[in-house]
Design a protein. Structure first.
Length: 336
């Protein structure tokens, strides 16, 4: 029988920062493979790129697929637990969710429920490579239940993401004679100041769009005029990105080069009666699946407010509740 707490800790204790998911993928493939063998299902390794792969298990023809990601953000730190919580990198985002989904699968199979699958993908935290690979190889599922930390509330909608790289060129010179050079850092700062003044849109359901200047780099030494500078910007989308793209281009002007790196639209999700609901500001793999695995739902144990932090943890009670929630959703959607 799957012990959801033990499985959560076992998964957390395998480092799987994006790009290095192979070990945790192998562990999961073996684990769900045994469950598949016991109940007449099948488990497979779905190639992504290089050593990276997704894990897919199914029983019958999957009408519903429970899915989440196997990678984590850095830095890695191992698990610990107390009476109420399991702590560690990935505990709520999303290894506790994996454990709850596997435990729900075992419970469903013990009740004789089939025609569902489990899909665990690589790369959600960085490049969504696993979701893109899965979108190219669908298995006929009509619904995909994506797991992210929503405090076990069914998400009504999630914000999208628009990521830019902003790079400014310059000309090196001795800092005692700045007139001989051209500071890339000053040009970048001017461009960023203009970008920060852009009014961002609001949505009645999703709230305000937000912007984060996540990284800034450039220059060579304090006594050298900088010949290059770069920044990364992430906007959380609540509407079509066209207006923001236009505003950014106008604000940056000729001071720097603006390059779009990623665009994931905001999403409205399918609903199931009788579950508490919420709206989330983070982005998921769901838009990358492009409907290839069915209509999306979004729900999972844990709070996004502690994900990606040194205090990452998931409540034991929430994990047990999630097993029942996933079981209920699959039962209902298989019969739909």
């Amino acid at each position: 029988m799957v012990n959801v707490f033990e499985l959560t800790r076992a998964l957390v204790d395998i480092e799987s920062i994006s790009g290095g998911e192979a070990r945790v993928g192998s562990y999961l493939l073996d684990f769900v493979g045994r469950l598949a063998a016991l109940h007449g299902g099948r488990a497979e390794r779905m190639a992504v790129e290089g050593e990276r792969f997704n894990v897919f298990a199914s029983w019958g023809t999957p009408a519903v697929t429970l899915s989440t990601h196997i990678d984590t953000v850095p830095p890695f730190f191992s698990s610990r637990e107390d009476e109420d919580w399991i702590w560690g990198r990935g505990s709520c985002d999303a290894k506790g969710i994996i454990a709850a989904m596997v435990a729900a699968a075992e419970k469903l199979l013990s009740e004789g429920v089939t025609n569902f699958g489990l899909l665990f993908v690589a790369g959600e935290e960085r490049d969504s490579a696993g979701a893109r690979a899965a979108a190219a190889t669908p298995r006929g599922s009509r619904f995909i239940v994506n797991g992210e930390p929503t405090e076990n509330k069914l998400a009504l909608a999630s914000k999208g993401a628009l990521r830019f790289e902003l790079s400014a060129p310059g000309r090196m010179a001795h800092s005692a004679y700045p007139e001989l050079g051209e500071s890339a850092i000053e040009k970048l700062l001017d461009a960023l100041e203009a970008v920060r003044k852009i009014p961002l849109p609001r949505d009645p359901q999703l709230g305000a769009s937000t912007m984060n200047i996540g990284t800034i780099s450039g220059g060579r030494a304090p006594n050298v005029i900088a010949d290059a500078a770069r920044a990364e910007i992430l906007v959380r989308l609540v509407e079509d990105p066209a207006r923001i793209r236009e505003s950014f281009r106008a604000a940056v002007g000729g001071r720097a080069e603006l390059r779009e790196v990623l665009c994931i639209p905001a999403v409205r999700f399918e609903q199931v009666d009788g579950l508490a609901s919420t709206v989330v500001s983070f982005t998921t793999d769901v838009p990358v699946f492009r409907g290839a695995w069915g209509k999306p739902l979004l729900i999972g144990p844990g709070s996004i407010r502690v994900a990606h932090t040194p205090e990452e943890r998931v409540g034991k009670r929430e994990l047990l509740d999630a097993v029942e929630i996933y079981t209920r959703i699959v039962r209902q959607l298989v019969a739909a």
